[in-house]
Design a protein around this ligand. Structure first.
Ligand code: 7RM
Length: 635
């Protein structure tokens, strides 16, 4: 039996039990046998959730890029590491071998170093899904800089906030990006952001769309000429196991985004091990995750996990609907994709279209299908299983978070029998708990509670950048000695878990986590708006969509409601990005509030879901009369 390669359910249970009984021995074996280290650790793990403090492979030394690139060169140097599929199906795909990736990452590392980037510096990467994005991420890791990738759909305000929060001294961007039929002018978004970012010393610009851009003297440089001059070898910086590898921002229920900090060694070990097993990865497979590297799914399961296993990982620049709804399946056929990992929102969108878009293509290469980001509804699961998997590819419904770094609950394909809408069993080394509202663990089967994790795993985030107290408050204060996920979950009679959704004010729209507070802040900046509250409501394709209740300052506001709605969405687009736009905006005379001033979102959620027959206990409401008015005018 190999602990690295789980072959059947009995082995899964055996290895799982070992990982719980002797976690240190278990992870030490994995770390020892499957990775290269510059120096061995002196202590496998140390933890104290009351602080919280967690360290894995303490005093071990390594560089993650030596594990993701260098060690593969002599055995699979000519193998494709990154398979780049451009937005335009008529543009040629690029097969970047491990040898080429090595050279490109080394050149980029030399450029970073020449531009003054030092170990520990923060570098913001704001790029579309082009090879330079993966190369920049890896080059940062190679020189020991901490990358902070910001999804290139975020607005200039959102970008500026993320650059300033962790004090990035450099931004790597492009002239623009292709997205379906559109081009987006990324460089001008960066220029707008940088008006408010005094700490940024240099901007490196990739040419992608060949547009005219403004280059600021002394700050901005085209990347290619620098790469042309750079040396093609770069000795990787020796990093401590616990040195931060990257920061990735995720929205919280209140205030500003949280910069989750991930470590080097623990993150590497866990993402590689989960990738190998959860995607049943074999040497000649072609693995495709459709996420953007701007999200954690792209970090862990496009870049680090696959490359640490020497895999071929597809990077797709485009969108599922361009040039038509068959694009995903066209790419699967073209590259003979073996594992396909996407979000329920994409599945639902494609399931609405004609099956002819699927049936045109040969999908027989597929072996494993995956989903991530939100609960998958039964209908979408069956559509995926029948039409894409042809009832023969297991579906792995993978539950995890930016904070967890890697997949925590998931079937293992060809090992764990799947049940639609269930993420099934905890992955090896993951100790789950369901808690009731009084802080008691629910130990029986067939219960529902708040999903917690009671023991550290190697890829857990170590802190929130610059705000350790917030890290404690958000995740470790709700239940003693537990990491609280913010999600609710059910456990069934066989011990399978089904995620029921967020229990806080985070709404998942098309797989993107959106905190209500930042959106409300954006709306409230509109001069006509007095106050607002956002809730989610069920949406066929997006899973949830956003419904805003807005109080205007002047009762006799003379502008047309339609124009105001447009302006409010424009405001949101500028502050956060188009993903946070509201589907419905209702102007209301007041918001239902409790005596302590908290908005009773429960009522608003019911209004938005058109389910107001039973509002539950509203005795703590200060202003019950507004509820009637809101229901009367509901959209
Ligand atoms: C990987 C990722 C995290 C939140 C999480 C959940 C929800 C993710 C599933 C899911 C049900 C799933 N990171 N979530 N995966 N809900 N089933 N398989 O999405 O930080 O962006 O989001 O997403 O609520 O807490 S994330």
């Amino acid at each position: 039996m190999s602990n690295y390669n789980i072959k059947n359910l009995e082995e899964y249970f055996q290895i799982y039990r070992k990982s719980v009984r002797e976690p240190e021995n278990f992870w030490e074996e994995i770390a020892e046998e499957h990775f290269v280290w510059r120096k061995r650790w002196t202590n496998v793990m140390r933890w104290d959730f009351s602080k919280p403090e967690v360290a894995w492979f303490e005093n071990g030394k390594l560089n993650i890029t030596e594990n993701c690139i260098d060690r593969h060169l002599h055995i699979r140097g000519d193998k494709t590491a990154i398979l780049f599929e451009p937005n335009d199906p008529n543009e040629k795909a690029q097969h970047i071998s491990y040898n080429e990736l090595y050279e490109r990452v080394c050149k980029m590392s030399n450029v970073l170093k020449e531009q003054g980037v030092e170990k520990g510096d923060r570098v913001c990467i704001y790029l579309p899904m082009i090879p330079e994005l993966a190369v920049s991420v890896l080059a940062c890791a190679r020189v020991g800089a901490i990358h902070s990738v910001v999804f290139a759909g975020f607005s200039s305000n959102a970008l500026a906030a993320r650059i300033n929060d962790c004090d990035c001294k450099m931004v790597i961007t492009s002239d623009g990006s292709f997205r379906g039929p559109k081009t987006i002018d990324l460089k001008s978004i960066v220029d707008m952001a940088l008006v408010d970012c005094p700490g940024v010393e240099s901007v490196l610009v990739v040419k992608r769309i060949n547009s005219e851009v403004n280059m600021k003297e002394g700050r901005d440089q085209w990347l290619q000429p620098l790469l042309d001059k750079a040396g093609s070898k770069y000795t990787a910086e020796v990093m401590d196991a616990e040195d931060p590898l990257f920061i990735l921002y995720t929205s919280g229920s209140t205030g500003k985004p949280k910069g989750m900090v991930h470590s080097s060694a623990g993150y590497m070990v866990f993402t590689a091990y989960t990738f190998k097993n959860i995607f049943n990865y074999q040497e000649n497979d072609v693995y495709w995750c459709t996420a953007d590297i701007g999200w954690i799914t792209g970090h862990s399961y496009i870049v680090y996990g696959p490359l640490a296993n020497g895999a071929t990982t597809v990077m797709f620049e485009g969108v599922p609907t361009y040039p038509d709804h068959g694009r995903f399946w066209e790419v699967v056929e073209k590259h003979k994709v073996t594992q396909f990992y996407t979000a329920p929102t994409a599945i639902r969108a494609l399931a609405k279209e004609s099956l002819a878009f699927v049936d045109k293509y040969d999908l027989t290469s597929l072996k494993v299908l995956g989903t991530v980001g939100e609960p998958i509804n039964e209908e979408a699961w069956h559509w995926y299983n029948n039409n894409i998997g042809k009832n023969k590819s297991p579906i792995v419904d993978t539950w995890w978070q930016t904070e967890t770094g890697g997949i925590m609950i998931s079937p293992i394909p060809y090992v764990t029998p799947t049940t639609p809408t269930f993420a099934t069993l905890p992955f090896i080394g993951v100790q789950l708990a369901l808690m009731d509202e009084h802080g008691q663990e629910l130990k029986e089967k067939q219960v529902e509670g708040r999903l917690c994790i009671k023991y550290p795993w190697p890829a857990m985030a170590r802190t929130i950048w610059g705000d350790h107290k917030r890290y404690y408050d958000t995740y470790f204060s709700a239940f003693d000695n537990m990491y609280f996920t913010g999600d609710g979950a059910k456990r069934d009679a066989v011990g399978y878990y089904r995620i029921t959704g967020r229990v806080d004010d985070v709404i998942i729209v098309s797989g993107h986590n959106l905190g209500t507070a930042p959106i409300e802040d954006a709306i409230n900046e509109h001069p006509a708006v007095a106050e607002s509250a956002i809730v989610g409501f069920p949406h066929d394709i997006k899973g949830n969509a956003l419904y805003g209740f807005v109080i205007l300052k002047e009762v006799g506001e003379s502008r047309k409601p339609e124009n105001l709605r447009k302006e409010i969405n424009q405001q949101i687009t500028e502050h956060i990005g188009p993903i946070a736009k509201l589907d419905k905006i209702q102007f209301v005379p007041g918001l239902p509030k409790t005596r302590s001033g908290k908005i009773m979102r429960r009522i608003l959620r019911k209004v938005a879901a058109k389910d107001t027959s039973n509002l539950g206990d509203i005795s703590t409401l200060l202003n019950p009369e507004v509820v009637e008015a809101i229901i009367k005018d509901a959209l």
